[in-house]
Design a protein around this ligand. Sequence first.
Ligand SMILES: [Zn+2]
Length: 189
Amino acid sequence: MNHKRQKEIEQLAKNLLTETNCYSYPPIDVEEVARRKGIQIIRFDFGEEVSGVLITEKGTSIIGLNPENGHKRQRFTIAHELGHYILGHQRSGMFVDTPERYFTMFNFRNAASSTGELVQEREANAFAAALLMPLDLIQKVIDDLKDKIDIRSQTDESYEDDFLVKLANAFNVSTQAMGFRLSTLNKLW
Ligand SMILES: [Zn+2]
């Protein structure tokens, strides 16, 4: 994804948070964002193959979640489906997200792909990250954490791990998602 598109997606995510009045000190209440946008969330055991779906029919949208997934994973899935919704990837019908697709996006995010589907998945992930971990809020929490953690008492490595865990917990996201977010932000900051 180019820099311009990444910036656009950051802005769209922030717009959604302000529009729904959910831009506040983290963690972001992503279920509330969906609710205020008029999107119903249902939990249904789709089996291991599906982590989430976005169904749009006659102007009404529903996000389906797999309750077997962990809490943080469910939060990311809601944000990811909201990404498909806001970015207009789908007008009607059903959008099915499998864990495989999802994690492929994480692991091979830079792999060149010409298919529209991969582009949409990457964009939905970028949107989800921007929604759950807004730039300004990350900066704010980093500043707060720096005040609280005693740097001298730790080695560089344990300090970094500890910091990442604390930061991820503050936003109620996985350390994987936060680590990925920080590497993206290095290019944006
Ligand atoms: Zn998707």
